[in-house]
Design a protein around this ligand. Structure first.
Ligand code: 5GP
Ligand code: MN
Length: 338
């Protein structure tokens, strides 16, 4: 982001009162953490700020300071449409194309607001007036820290902001272990702890709050694990019936896909989750090294994401989706087999 943009943003912020902050659909820790980080920062400065999420977010994020103030677009469209229409500035956080805001795309395209995108996904589209995009960043939360730094306002980071930003960096880096974790990430984290983020409590709130049902659903997922040793690939399926049996709640399957990568030798892991109501199969894809799940998801499953973490979907049945996947795999033999 160039200095000129920062000057223009500073000036736009000084004029604007009504601000709307938008995370992507199916918001995760980074999307909610960055949105709430910006929310507290701007609210403390006296702006009228609303975070509007396209749909609901997982229970394990509902302790975050300010999470109780988040509006869910799906649940109150008319009120949210008015807020979007009246907004002078819209921040879009943790996504690179407006389609990722789900049904909010329509009102977002119509509003006259100035758009500021902060995001770390590759290949950003150009809907925003100010695009702060950096695919080398661990997380959007790390970028929000840097954004605040560029505004020369690091001293204004409160314990609430620090807690939200720490959470998103932690969840998007798999607790500081993915390749995207840099020395700078740790320096930002160090400062956030100094500014009041309580790392032990945050880890416990996010990772140690499983329900018995959720832990047992993980057991089912692990039983369903299939491995293609030759192509170093592992995948898990969860049917609607299995989800129902364990009273599935939003967020319950978060992190399950990573167990495939815990297998020695496996570099590509996928989870297929059946959503009967929406009539589709949702996929999470993860990889190690240079195999791009972003490209794979974009090419075959209407999705995308990052090099090593992406999402996608399929309109086929669960069985047919898995068959399609298994048929595609050999096309990637050169990248997957040793
Ligand atoms: P997850 O598997 O955790 O849902 O998503 C992993 C990554 O892929 C996240 O960065 C997320 O934003 C991105 N992602 C998930 N689903 C989609 C999708 O349908 N389209 C695109 N472009 N990115 C996605
Ligand atoms: Mn992210």
């Amino acid at each position: 982001m160039i200095e000129q943009s920062i000057l223009e943003i500073t000036s736009a912020l000084s004029r604007a009162n009504k601000i709307v902050v938008v995370p992507h659909k199916g918001p995760d820790g980074d999307a909610i953490g960055s949105s709430l980080g910006i929310y507290h920062f701007l609210k403390d400065k006296g702006h009228e700020v609303t975070v509007i999420a396209p749909n609901d977010f997982p229970q394990f994020l509902k302790w975050l300071p300010g999470s109780e103030d988040i509006l869910i677009y799906e649940n109150q469209k008319d009120h949210c449409d008015q807020l979007i229409d009246a907004a002078e500035i819209v921040f879009t956080l943790d996504f690179n194309m407006l389609e990722r805001s789900g049904d909010m795309e329509v009102p977002l395209r119509e509003t006259q607001a100035t758009f500021i995108m902060i995001d770390h996904h590759p290949e950003p589209s150009d809907y925003a007036d100010h695009t702060y995009s950096d695919a080398t960043m661990s997380s959007t939360c790390q970028m929000v820290y840097k954004f605040i730094q560029k505004l020369r306002a690091v001293k204004q980071i409160t314990p609430s902001i620090a807690t939200c930003l720490y959470t998103g960096i932690m969840t998007d880096t798999g607790s500081f272990r993915y390749r995207s974790t840099s020395a700078e990430t740790h320096m930002v984290i160090a400062d956030l702890i100094e500014k009041g983020a309580d790392n032990t409590t945050i880890h416990q709130n996010v990772y140690d709050t499983f329900s018995q049902n959720r832990l047992q659903l993980l057991g089912v997922a692990l039983q369903n694990l299939r491995v293609n040793k030759e192509l170093r690939t592992a995948y898990i399926t969860l049917s609607q019936e299995e989800l129902d049996r364990y009273n599935f709640q939003k967020g319950d399957t978060e992190g399950f896909v990573n167990y495939g990568l815990a297998l020695e030798g496996v570099i590509f892991a996928v989870i297929f989750i059946e959503h009967k109501v929406e009539g589709l199969i949702k996929m999470s894809l993860r990889s190690k090294g240079t195999f791009s799940v972003n490209k794979f998801a974009r090419a075959h499953f209407h999705g995308g994401g990052h090099l090593n973490a992406a999402g996608g979907k399929s309109n086929l049945s669960l069985e047919d989706t898995v068959t399609k996947f298994n048929t595609l795999l050999p096309e990637y033999r050169e990248e997957l087999a040793i």
